[in-house]
Design a protein around this ligand. Structure first.
Ligand code: IMP
Length: 434
């Protein structure tokens, strides 16, 4: 019988920024490969190791473990300038990166970045409040087949031909359609990207082939999702979503492995909720308590620095996330941020037109009118760092009763077991629920 390594997919179960980077980093020890398979440098992962804060946008979190193979799959869109900058941060420390970049991944260009901002502004209130990193325009060029892949970038003749077309198409849209000034010089951008190609060439290869061969040799693979379920292009709160599929199914198309290869799917859930960008958010608290969560949870975008909108766990949304991802378990993060609250509201349904609905509506006009039905759960005291670290050492049984009740409430409502609880920023501050 063929040997097969095990796989896990890490998914943000809410609106992004659930603390996936921390969980990925924590679990990474058991995996040989850490793979990104969608999104681009719109993502931002913060991981703290030995007091040093690492902010990553494109490189998989596994980069913090020198022996791991880190992989950027075909479903990712790559801004080479950003990637090279991130690589340099590690190379400066004398690290040789064990990196593989898919030859099928699409490349982001400056005119796509400019268009991203112009298009989002043009859309007014139908805009997504994008990160302005060129993600949407790059994916739309991919879908209309005028995009440029890593393999195209490496071939001077193909690159020149495709670049000429893409440059004309995008600069025409910028200047004629969106009436933007564009002083990009075609030759300069082309030369710049030829330089990037030289730097990245040694890392580019066939991701699907290597991952499948690795599994066959019994290697373990972790797939690291970016953004969150509600930002999924198909299943999220469209049009206020990102431009890629953020749900677990996207691993197959974004890395080139078959669905039967997926063993575990871990949904990462923040113990409260946050979102950046536009769109209805039923459990948002725009008052003092929202500010409290934002400050205490340091809820400012890793990529853009924007303040995040904060509120309470929404079980309507979370049950939906469980349904479309098939989570095998949940990781609850930042539960320490809730320390010291007398009661903690959790939305169990939405009140709409005199009735109660339990499923997340597709029509955002309906979501806008939904008022959460809250269940108030008892809080727990404000613990000192010493007390929190004692809980980490004591494991699940040492958690306060009311915290365990809060966790059990989420597990019961979603019919999904909780396997991990994160009580702080440091890599070690995690409890495994056995
Ligand atoms: P884009 O991905 O830059 O096109 O932005 C589309 C929407 O997704 C915006 O509302 C962004 O704020 C949001 N978004 C994109 N990446 C992230 C992320 O990593 N965390 C949270 N929100 C994100």
């Amino acid at each position: 019988m063929n040997k097969s390594g095990k796989t896990i997919v890490i998914i943000g179960a809410q609106w992004g920024d659930e603390g996936k980077g921390k969980i990925t980093d924590y679990l990474a020890t058991a995996y040989d490969y850490v793979v990104r398979y969608q999104g681009g440098n719109n993502a931002g992962h913060t991981v703290v190791v030995d007091g040093e804060v690492h902010k990553l946008h494109l490189l998989p979190s596994g980069v913090l473990y020198p022996q791991k193979r880190i992989v950027i799959g075909n479903g990712v869109v790559i801004d080479p300038a950003v990637l090279i900058d991130e690589m340099k941060q590690f190379e400066k420390k004398g690290r040789k990166l064990n990196l593989l970049i898919s030859e099928r991944a699409h490349v982001i260009f400056p005119f796509q970045v400019m268009l991203d901002k112009a298009i989002d502004a043009f859309k007014g209130k139908l805009g997504a409040g994008t990160t302005g990193r060129g993600i949407g325009p790059c994916y739309s060029d991919k879908a209309d087949r005028s995009g440029i892949r890593m393999i195209d970038l490496l071939n001077p003749r193909t690159f020149k031909e495709k670049f000429e077309l893409l440059f004309s198409k995008k600069t025409l849209a910028l200047t004629q359609l969106y009436k933007q000034q564009c002083d990009l010089d075609k030759g300069t951008v082309m030369r710049q990207y030829q330089g990037y190609a030289r730097k990245l060439k040694p890392y580019v290869g066939d991701v699907s082939l290597e991952l499948n061969q690795a599994l066959g040799r019994g290697k373990n693979i972790m797939f690291e999702g970016a953004q969150g379920v509600m930002l999924d292009l198909d299943h999220g709160a469209y049009p206020h979503t990102t431009s890629s599929n953020t749900i677990a199914g996207s691993v197959c198309t974004g890395a080139g492995i078959g669905p039967t290869r997926i063993n575990e799917i871990l949904g990462v859930v923040k113990a409260y909720l946050s979102r950046v960008g536009a769109g209805p958010l039923p459990t948002e608290d725009t008052g003092a308590i929202g500010n409290y969560l934002r400050e205490r949870g340091k809820e400012y975008g890793t990529t853009t620095g924007r303040p995040r909108r904060c509120g309470w766990v929404d079980l309507v949304q979370l049950r939906y996330a469980c349904r479309i991802n098939g989570f095998t378990s949940l990781a609850i993060t930042k539960i320490d941020v809730l320390d010291g609250l007398k009661t903690i509201p959790i939305a169990v349904g939405y009140r709409y037109k005199g009735g109660v609905i339990n499923e997340f509506p597709t029509d955002l006009g309906v979501v806008e009118q939904c008022k959460p039905v809250y269940k108030e759960l008892k809080g727990w005291p404000d613990y000192t760092p010493g007390q929190l670290s004692a809980m980490v050492h004591g494991g699940y049984p040492s958690l306060p009763k009311t915290m365990k009740e809060y966790l059990k409430f989420i597990a019961d409502a979603t019919q999904t077991p909780i396997s991990l609880i994160s009580l702080g920023q440091e890599r070690e501050a995690v409890i495994e629920v056995l």
